[in-house]
Design a protein around this ligand. Structure first.
Ligand code: ADP
Ligand code: MG
Length: 527
């Protein structure tokens, strides 16, 4: 608590923090709060998901706003409805006795409800860009007397294509307001965009070394695509209390994996962008209350959601962007508890793993998937320990009579086995698992690249190397077997470097095809 006091917060909010059970500020809160309280400049704050960015801006906001003035003094834009609700709730829980009203404004809730709230007068509006625009167009929301304009999860908002909406919303605002921007990642294009709308600003970053990923044990398993599902089941089964998020890259995959889990009897649900607002809230509620213990989700759907204490994060498929990997796994190993991040890697994904390892500076260790015997033994051990807990707690009195009755005419072993079969069906049967095939990954592989430039574009071997180095900013490049033809060229590089080169050129396409691409087999032979 002392450390919160030092940041310059009032007794009122300190009291609210105490009630919430926050004891110490997180690193981003420690850095940001004094700056927002005392500074005059705009602020960009960057810290990984789960590091308490909401309170980092929420607390100063509560301190700064006037309770007497009932016009909208601050607007907070968030990428999703859940986040809008979550942020509004967090602020409400931090405001203590101060009479500040917060209205979450998001699509999916009736406009009338929102109108009523707005009419009463609120100081803080938290909303998604779309619905905020609706209200601005209907003139039911005025934001021309703002003191603060806040973008939460700014990177995600841009990813979701909200840029134009944000710019449009900004047009409805007054000049002299402070802009605060929070984000887990800070790609160049965001900085470029927001600079247009910011005055002099301070940039505060808490890098990932300071957060909980050290508490996350990172493991990967090599599997073939067709065995991923079986691998997932084995991992869930071998754990005593699996409570985890399973990430897939597409909605279709999320649906597929969740449905297969449900079919196999797991308590799982899917979460992705096509699921209705009502459903999403219901699913999240179920997950938070642990009525389900597996949530299969896309990155965007799970982004920013405040789910704590996960035992596992599973990368069913690897994300394209290494930052996403860091976010995903940052959801476990929180609040001082250890967690495990598991990644499935197919031969096709291996390159991406190497790349992610390199960029995120993570140490990810390879392990073997649990054998069926191990899993069944683990289940039996669990059963034993659960049984002795029940006996110890003396909670089984009601059943003693029935047990005596059952044992009257049969052997104990017979009866217990029958009971096991009755209650657990296939649970302890090795045959309920399928075989997992061998994986072969060529780890020292090289990649043959095709470059759509040749002699006709004034290329020779030297120029080609220089061109690629300059573009990709790769300092040392281990290029071999360069062949320059009239209209195209070929070269071979180790696959980590190939991955970086391919990424660069697929991002900076000029025509339909990237300038540098993987050589097709037919081309390889030619080259
Ligand atoms: P972010 O926006 O950085 O992803 P959140 O603001 O959603 O993170 O906070 C993540 C979780 O940490 C929430 O459950 C929040 O209540 C909790 N939290 C935030 N600050 C603290 C703190 N100082 N002490 C304990 N828990 C905190
Ligand atoms: Mg957040």
């Amino acid at each position: 608590m002392e450390n919160f006091k030092k940041l310059g917060l009032s007794l009122n909010t300190i009291d609210a923090l105490r009630k919430k059970g926050y004891e110490e500020p997180t690193p981003i809160q420690e850095k940001i709060i004094p700056l927002l309280l005392n500074g005059e400049k705009d602020v960009i704050g960057q810290a990984q998901t789960g590091t308490g960015k909401t309170a980092a801006f929420g607390l100063p906001l509560i301190e700064k706003l006037s309770a007497k003035n009932r016009s909208v003094q601050a607007i907070i834009l968030t990428p999703t409805r859940e986040l809008a609700i979550q942020v509004a709730e967090e602020i409400n829980s931090l405001k203590g006795k101060k009479k500040i009203c917060v209205a979450p404004i998001y699509g999916g809730q009736s406009i009338e409800v929102q109108l009523r709230k707005l009419k009463k007068g609120v100081q803080i509006v938290v909303g998604t860009p779309g619905r905020i625009m609706d209200h601005l167009n209907r003139r039911t929301l005025k934001i021309d007397q703002l003191s603060y304009f806040i973008l939460d999860e700014a990177d995600e908002m841009l990813n979701m294509g909200f840029l134009e909406d944000i710019e449009e919303i900004l047009k409805h605002t007054n000049e002299n307001k402070r802009v605060w921007l929070f984000s887990a990642t800070m790609p160049d294009r965001i900085v470029k965009v927001v600079k247009k709308y910011m005055g002099e600003y301070e940039f505060v970053k808490v890098s990932k070394e300071h957060v909980a990923t050290d508490l996350t044990d990172q493991i990967y398993f090599e599997v073939n695509e067709s065995d991923k599902f079986e691998a997932l089941c084995r991992i869930v089964d071998v754990e005593a209390d699996f409570y985890g998020l399973v990430f897939c890259r597409t909605k279709v995959k999320v649906e597929e994996v969740a449905n297969r889990l449900i079919d196999r009897g797991y308590d799982a649900e899917a979460l992705h962008g096509d699921i209705s607002q009502h459903q999403r809230e219901r699913i999240l509620g179920k997950f938070k209350n642990r009525r389900i213990n597996i949530l299969v989700a896309t990155d965007v759907a799970a982004r920013g959601l405040d789910i704590n204490d996960l035992t596992h994060v599973i990368n069913y498929s690897l994300p394209e962007d290494p930052n996403f990997y860091v976010h995903r796994i940052g959801r476990t190993g929180r609040a001082g508890k250890e967690g495990t991040a598991i990644t499935f890697v197919t031969p096709a994904e291996y390159r991406r793993l190497v790349y992610i390892k390199k960029v995120s500076k993570s140490s990810i260790r390879k392990e073997k998937l649990p054998e069926v015997k191990e899993i069944i033994n683990a289940k039996i051990d669990r059963l034993k320990s659960d049984l002795s807990d029940i006996i110890e707690d003396n909670n089984h009195e009601n059943y003693l009579k029935i047990a005596e009755n059952l044992l009257e005419n049969s052997e104990p072993v017979e009866i217990v086995s029958a009971l096991l079969k009755y209650s657990f069906n296939g649970e302890f049967d090795e045959r309920s698992y399928s075989k997992i095939g061998k994986v072969s990954i060529d780890k020292h592989g090289k990649t043959r690249l095709f470059v759509a430039k040749g002699k006709s574009a004034d290329m020779d071997e030297k120029k080609l190397v220089k061109f690629i180095k300059e573009k990709t900013k790769l300092k040392s490049l281990n290029i071999k077997d360069i062949k320059v033809f009239e209209n195209f060229s070929f070269l071979t590089v180790p696959f980590e470097e190939a991955e970086i080169i391919l990424r660069y050129f697929s991002k900076h396409k000029r025509g339909r095809r990237p300038l540098v691409d993987k050589a097709k087999d037919r081309q390889k032979k030619k080259g």
